[in-house]
Design a protein around this ligand. Structure first.
Ligand SMILES: [Zn+2]
Length: 439
């Protein structure tokens, strides 16, 4: 199917994308959706951290995997992707399956995740609660730079985008953004008078860098974007700053995962809040003092209920006395750190996480990736910008030594670009020794 699509002429693609968009719109935005959206918006300012036992009971009723009679959630063990894969047939409730979502998994552990009908409506309602509070409505057109393949890699003539009228999106291919096409992308967004841009942080950062290199800053600002949203990848500070500077527009972050067990959104004041009524989110302490695992229980997926599911992501908390000026009563999170397997291993067995801090204040680094093949050493891949100098390299070396110690062996290499994963993401740390050491 995909192969035929890629070979098809543009007008056929246009028809396919718009027909599919029509179906998606029907599925996502039905009566239930509007009801849930209303509910979430009403609860937004008052919801607090609480456990809805009734909601959980409904999910796990007659489920073969969970024991229903435990009233305290702490009696359930924390599970992860590996465990749910092993017990897939016990957890699934085939009567309730309405479709499947695919999780890619960073270590190649993909999963076909069953979803119920109400799951889809709840998930879209919670997305739109976030968008509504930043002034985006269902009528707002979105320039959405997507990781799905719309055109073959060899295509070297525009258009690199397709307009989807039912979903009100200008779908732009992330794989065709290059030095010689960047202006075409800006023109397409400008011609369609779109004021909302959405993409992975790494894609927006790449776009921002190409705009700077091509001297198109005034064109970027002339788009008069009102909002830029990101999801699906960690948003690094340097990326946020870069993107906001280039487009002269705020970047707002949304955190969620395919499994839908924990959602967080950035409020008007720029603080990340937990969507407390969407699911039950636990922030479980780790060995690092202020760092927590994000563990969640879904209230809305009878077809594959997840109770105390470890998302594999971690976050940092604010000091206790912090309250957000927006007035919401929900819990807040200072920063989402991303995957907990983003660490490097020292020879003495220590795991060092939060490695991104090495790159703080190194503004001449466009993109970075760290690859660890063996314990105690790693390769740092850096895509430099034009201003990157000898001093930057010295500073980087210093910061690596400071974080990882003097015995840590490393090599810095400077490729022109960094390979993306199959799902189009930029993986910051690739640790090839993880598995062997975890066992
Ligand atoms: Zn707030």
């Amino acid at each position: 199917m995909k192969r035929y699509f890629l070979k098809a002429p543009f007008f056929i693609k246009f028809i396919v994308v718009n027909s599919y968009g029509f179906i998606l719109r029907q599925k996502r935005y039905n009566k239930q959706f509007y009801q849930y959206l209303d509910q979430y918006k009403r609860n937004d300012k008052t919801e607090v951290f609480s456990f809805d036992f009734k909601a959980l009971k409904k999910q796990i009723k007659e489920n073969k995997f969970y024991v229903e009679n435990d009233k305290t959630i702490e009696k359930y063990p924390i599970i992860n992707k590996q465990i749910i894969k092993e017990h897939y047939d016990e957890i699934i409730n085939k009567k309730e399956v309405h479709g499947y979502l695919h999780t890619s998994g960073t270590t190649g552990s993909g999963l076909k995740y069953p979803i119920s009908k109400e799951f889809i409506n709840h998930q879209w309602a919670i997305f739109w609660k976030f968008r509504n509070l930043h002034g985006i409505t269902l009528d707002t057109w979105c320039a959405n730079i997507i990781s799905q393949t719309l055109f073959s890699v060899e295509q070297n003539r525009p258009p690199y985008w397709i307009k989807s009228y039912p979903t009100r999106q200008l779908l732009l291919s992330q794989y065709h953004i290059r030095k010689d096409t960047v202006k075409l992308y800006l023109d397409a967004i400008h011609k369609n008078r779109i004021i909302w841009l959405h993409a992975f942080p790494s894609v927006l950062n790449l776009l921002a860098n190409l705009i700077k290199d091509a001297g198109l800053l005034s064109e970027a600002k002339a788009l008069h974007l009102k909002i830029i949203t990101t999801s699906s990848e960690k948003l690094f500070d340097h990326q946020k700053k870069n993107i906001e500077d280039v487009f002269d527009c705020k970047v707002r972050e949304f955190y969620g995962q395919v499994e839908g067990v924990a959602n967080m959104f950035e409020c008007e004041k720029g603080t990340l809040h937990i969507d407390e009524s969407y699911s039950y989110v636990e922030l479980v302490p780790t060995d690092n003092i202020d760092e927590c695992k994000i563990v969640g229980t879904s209230y809305h997926n009878k077809s594959f209920p997840l109770v105390r599911y470890d998302t594999g992501d971690t976050c940092i908390l604010y000091p206790n006395e912090f309250t957000c000026k927006c007035g919401r009563k929900s819990r807040v999170v200072k920063e989402i750190l991303g995957r907990d397997d983003d660490y490097l291993l020292l020879t003495n067995g220590t795991k060092i996480g939060r490695i991104s801090s090495i790159f703080k204040s190194l503004w001449a680094v466009k993109e970075a990736q760290i690859i660890q093949d063996k314990v105690g050493s790693a390769e740092f891949r850096i895509v430099k910008d034009a201003t990157y100098s000898y001093q930057d390299e010295e500073k980087l070396k210093e910061q690596i030594k400071e974080r990882l110690g003097n015995d840590f062996e490393f090599e810095i290499i400077y490729p022109d670009h960094i390979e993306r994963t199959k799902s189009g993401k930029l993986k910051f740390v690739i640790n090839k020794v993880n598995k062997n050491n975890d066992k």
